[in-house]
Design a protein around this ligand. Sequence first.
Ligand code: SAM
Length: 316
Amino acid sequence: MRNFLGRILGFESPLLQLETRVAVLMQQEITHQALLAVRDAQVREAQSFVREREATLRERESVVRERETTIELLKAFPANTDTGTWQGITPIAQNMDLEATILAVLPQLDGWCTPRKALWLAGLIQNNSIRRIGEIGVYGGRSLIPMALAARGVAGASVYAIEPWDNSVAVEHATNAGNDQWWREVDLGMIKQKFITAVLSYGLSEIVKIIELPSNHARITFTAATKFDLLHIDGSHAEPQALADVMDWLPLVAPGGIIVLDDIGWKSVAKARDYLRTQCTVIEEVEEEDKCSYGAYRTLGIEQTAHTAAPQHEMA
Ligand SMILES: C[S@@+](CC[C@H](N)C(=O)[O-])C[C@H]1O[C@@H](n2cnc3c(N)ncnc32)[C@H](O)[C@@H]1O
């Protein structure tokens, strides 16, 4: 009332003045708090930028360390001048992107993986946060090295190379006369040497773990506790061994992980392929022009089991 009269009579009481001052101060406080919140956010952003930069720096330092290790290993690894097995591997340029790198290394490697399949495998790794990779049947690394190059950018990645490089294992189960004869005679010792040279030359010695055993022996060295995110099965194409590899190793692939099977168009691989079709969802089955074929299958999630979920296709 007094304030009201004061306004009408043209003067403000000290109480009104005080109230006005308090209101102004409160408004100022709100403004300051808002400014503080903005500054805090800016500080947090700057801190996270610094942390990111530090992580990049650490990553680069680890690449430098890896390169130094490779140089040391190559120095320690004697060249085999008699057979020339160490010749012909050109280390890759560091500034090339993954696709260009894979296309550049592929012709230097022994094996059968096509450029399209190599890039497809690399894409599976890059697009599915894959860290733990395995391959049964490595030969000269023509599929494993591209996978390892793709995995190199993934923190904590490892690539298990399961391969006995043993002619008697390669022909343990018959396929056809011509194929078996070829596998009896090929110099697998030399193929292994060239593979190891490639692993060292391309700076992959820290992530590639070689298990020089037939798949059924290697299988018992793995426990069910550690699962693969991606397993490429490209070992013996004889019907019993191809089927055994798929059945024995599928439980070692993480729920929602990927199993890739090579040569799904071969008659002797059909049972293994059909087993995967019933136990997993089909991600993609590819047949290239020259009849080279392969498929990717996703294992069922934790909540599903092979008995409760019907096979489905992610892509036709
Ligand atoms: C078709 S080659 C692999 C090709 C290679 N992945 C590529 O893309 O070039 C098959 C390989 O499987 C290996 N192999 C045969 N029987 C095997 C077994 N029981 N366990 C593991 N590897 C086996 C052979 O020694 C051979 O090197």
